[in-house]
Design a binder for this molecule. Structure first.
Ligand SMILES: Cc1cc2nc3c(=O)[nH]c(=O)nc-3n(C[C@H](O)[C@H](O)[C@H](O)COP(=O)(O)OP(=O)(O)OC[C@H]3O[C@@H](n4cnc5c(N)ncnc54)[C@H](O)[C@@H]3O)c2cc1C
Length: 278
């Protein structure tokens, strides 16, 4: 992607930090003192986005933000045959994961920060529970999986990816949404500039993001349902049934075959039954 961007005329500033943002111009100042102005600026600078901070005073809302802890542990002898694990119940409004790979194992926990004040403890317990010793190089990072920015930008500045809070609230996945929203932001900017109306970039981008936002709204709704304490035993029982529809639909969702709207419709239809089975 980088090569293709350079071939298309992009200039590579990798390694040079942006130290100042002027949303009104819009312009950015680089650590080496250079100032770059543009007709449209796209902030794709991650969860701690300085561009979002310049626009809204803070890069994310602490009440909703998620937090993940992860370690790249050495591979063990049984890694080739070990299953991928996703463990709900390890943290609240999130899960633990273990991805065994050829040269290492990715182990982590992540969930909504405000619901998990003892995330480090949860990580240590999870590592022990899956049969690993204390791991040292645990890294932590915010994850904007709790909510997304309804208006992803202001004026001639657009936000994409984590900077716009575009992370799946259920799975915590953000790479695909970052790539897709980056593409939509770029297309919106190109269209607006083609018509010589840079102010149109944001309205065009908002329109283009509508399906993604609708899907995220559904996912937030579903998350509230699935993680609601009164329903947990019934949900777990529903997932344990190998032939269960909820379980099948969840795998279809993870495989990208259906949308959140399909899954939440199915879940809502089963709500009375789930409540009775508590
Ligand atoms: C523990 C953990 C595990 C995760 N696992 C997964 C997973 O398995 N699958 C998945 O899909 N998602 C996963 N995610 C989420 C995923 O990492 C993010 O959603 C995704 O990386 C967002 O992409 P982005 O391009 O918006 O931001 P980023 O990947 O954060 O990229 C932002 C870039 O901007 C640069 N930058 C920031 N500030 C400045 C500045 N001032 N000057 C210059 N450059 C700057 C940064 O250096 C960085 O390169 C995980 C997140 C966490 C915390």
């Amino acid at each position: 992607m980088c090569r293709r961007a350079l071939e298309a005329g992009a200039e590579d500033f990798t390694g040079v930090r942006v130290t100042g943002i002027d949303p009104a111009a819009p312009a950015v100042t680089l650590a080496d003192g250079r100032r770059l102005t543009a007709r449209v600026l796209i902030g794709a600078d991650g969860v701690n986005s300085e561009v979002a901070r310049a626009l809204f005073g803070q890069p994310f809302n602490r009440r909703h933000v998620g937090f993940g802890l992860e370690v790249e542990a050495p591979a063990t002898a049984d890694n080739p045959d070990a299953p991928v694990r996703i463990d709900f119940g390890v943290v609240r409004y999130g899960y633990g994961w273990h991805f065994p790979k050829a040269v290492s194992s990715t182990i982590g926990v992540g969930g909504i920060l405000s619901r998990n004040p003892a995330m480090k403890r949860a990580m240590a317990d999870y590592v022990t529970a899956i049969g690993r010793g204390a791991e040292e190089k645990v890294k932590g990072q915010f994850l904007p999986a709790g909510d997304f920015r309804r208006v992803p930008g202001a004026g001639r500045v657009l936000l994409a990816g984590d900077a716009a809070g575009l992370v799946d609230p259920f799975t915590g996945e953000g790479i695909a949404l970052a790539m897709k929203s980056g593409q939509l932001a770029a297309d919106s900017a190109i269209d607006a500039l083609r018509h010589n109306h840079p102010d149109d970039a944001l309205p065009r981008y908002r329109l283009a993001l509508r399906p993604m936002h609708a899907d995220l709204r559904q996912a937030i709704l579903l998350r509230k349902l699935v993680y609601a304490r009164p329903l947990q035993s019934a949900i777990v029982a529903a997932f344990k049934r190998p032939s269960g529809r909820l379980r099948r639909l969840t795998f279809e969702l993870l495989g990208g075959e259906i949308e959140y709207a399909d899954l939440s419709r199915a879940a809502l239809r089963r709500l009375p039954g789930l409540l009775l089975r508590r």
